[in-house]
Design a protein around this ligand. Structure first.
Ligand SMILES: *[C@@H]1O[C@H](CO)[C@@H](O)[C@H](O)[C@H]1NC(C)=O
Ligand SMILES: *[C@@H]1O[C@H](CO)[C@@H](O)[C@H](O)[C@H]1NC(C)=O
Ligand SMILES: *[C@@H]1O[C@H](CO)[C@@H](O)[C@H](O)[C@H]1NC(C)=O
Length: 406
């Protein structure tokens, strides 16, 4: 009796279950219906001569790495693609009102988008199982892929560390001509919908252009994206630029040290050495590019040269300071009259004839004159080098950044 009851219940549930499947088509039914004769290798067009119109939106999610040495920029990019698949259409009324399906990309035709100017990994992982496309009942397919793009980029480091760069991201469709897959842009620029800012580079803007390259029987459609980035220079200004400028002013201090102390020359030597440390730090950061050198390198080299010349001048001053012989007339005239006047130094005017007679007496007089000459020259060189360093540093810190920001 119990067995018969169980059998009856089993029979009833089995029957109703089967009826349910038959009366209510689900996603599986729809998939079977759509993909029974589907060939994912073929372009999804019923009219063989009609192009597949593909709209692409390029979304930059993050700048991962900007490598000036390898001339590569690494970005994480999403590609939002939309096209129409003539074979993936159904009437929702016949399939429980299902209007859209999510289909893994390895089941349907997907345009193979590639990065043309890639420095590594051309593919955008188009057929990875990890992605799924949305398919709508009218045949519209929407797919978002995401992958790392390694694109080559030519860096112009002339204005380093106030430089701006533009890097290109060129996309193409593997194999198909424009007349087969007509790729068009969805926006006029790259999009930064989910962008995470980079700590060293700021995005200034972008552009996206449709291009076509003629080749033999047809032309290939490409999308040429450009991203404009600006270096955030705070780190380099604080760690390289400002110390460099400070040291260049410290090198002036050697003119203030009296020759008797013997430290005049060693101070200049120390500043010279510290510049070479900065040159080393810079060469760590920059590519060994001999086309265009950064202005900062030229700055360091020129202040190094100025310091070296000022070192020679210090040697000259020290040498004059200990002079004992009779100072030649022209030196006394030049230094004690003209240069002293230039430096606004108040020394009593020397009349050459009177002085010579006066200094005929003893060598102590000569030494006195040499001392004066040394001191005047010290002052003169300090003023001259201060002006030179001021001009060079202002150019670097004010003029170049101002020029670049316009
Ligand atoms: C992707 O493109 C479609 C248009 O084809 C648009 O409706 C959708 O909002 C886009 N998605 C994103 C995240 O941009
Ligand atoms: C939908 O179902 C009706 C009736 O079963 C049928 O006539 C029609 O051809 C079906 N439409 C599609 C697109 O399969
Ligand atoms: C591609 O599409 C654009 C509009 O999206 C159209 O102007 C152009 O003529 C199309 N090219 C081909 C080859 O169909």
């Amino acid at each position: 009796m119990l067995a018969i009851l169980f059998l009856a219940i089993h029979l009833i549930t089995h029957l109703t279950g089967q009826m349910g499947v038959q009366s209510k088509p689900n996603e599986a039914t729809l998939m079977k219906h759509l993909f029974r004769e589907y060939d994912r290798r073929a372009r999804p067009k019923k009219d063989p001569l009609a192009p597949v119109n593909l709209a692409v939106r390029v979304i930059v999610n993050q700048i991962l790495l900007v490598d000036e040495k390898k001339q590569i920029i690494e970005t994480y990019v999403s590609y939002n693609m939309t096209w129409k698949d003539d074979f993936l259409t159904w009437s929702p009324a016949n399939f429980s009102n299902l209007k859209r399906l999510v289909v893994p990309t390895n089941n349907l035709w997907v345009p193979k988008l590639i990065v043309i100017n890639a420095g590594k990994d051309v593919s955008t992982n188009t057929n990875d199982d990890g992605f799924a496309a949305e398919v709508y009942s009218n045949g519209e397919v929407k797919l978002i892929l995401a992958t790392t793009a390694y694109t080559t980029c030519i860096f112009d480091l002339t204005l380093f560390p106030f430089d701006k760069q533009k890097c290109e991201l060129k996309l193409g469709i593997f194999g198909h001509f424009c007349s087969e897959v007509n790729m068009s842009k969805y926006d006029n620029e790259l999009k930064f919908l989910w962008y995470t800012p980079h700590t060293e580079w700021a995005v200034e803007g972008s552009s996206l252009k449709e291009m076509a390259y003629k080749d033999g029987e047809g032309s290939y459609c490409t999308l040429d994206g450009t991203i404009f980035i600006r270096r955030k220079s705070l780190y380099l200004v604080n760690n390289v630029l400002i110390p460099c400028v400070l040291i260049s002013f410290i090198s002036l201090a050697s003119f203030g040290v009296p020759p008797e102390s013997g430290e005049k020359i060693s101070l200049s030597m120390t500043t010279l050495l510290s510049y070479s440390v900065f040159l080393l730090v810079l060469s760590e950061m920059l590519p060994r590019n001999s086309d265009t050198g950064p202005i900062l390198t030229y700055y360091i080299i020129s202040v190094m040269a100025i310091t070296a010349i000022s070192l020679l001048c210090s040697v000259l001053v020290v040498r004059l300071h200990y002079g004992t012989s009779k100072p030649p007339k022209w030196i006394r005239l030049l230094v004690l009259n003209y240069i002293a006047k230039l430096c606004c130094q108040t020394t009593k005017k020397v009349s050459p004839s009177a002085k010579v007679n006066e200094s005929m007496g003893e060598s102590g007089q000569f030494e006195e004159t040499w001392l004066k000459i040394g001191r005047t020259l010290d002052r003169f060189f300090a003023i001259i080098f201060f002006m030179i360093i001021m001009i060079v540093s202002l150019t670097l810190l004010v003029v170049i950044p101002a020029m670049n920001s316009t």
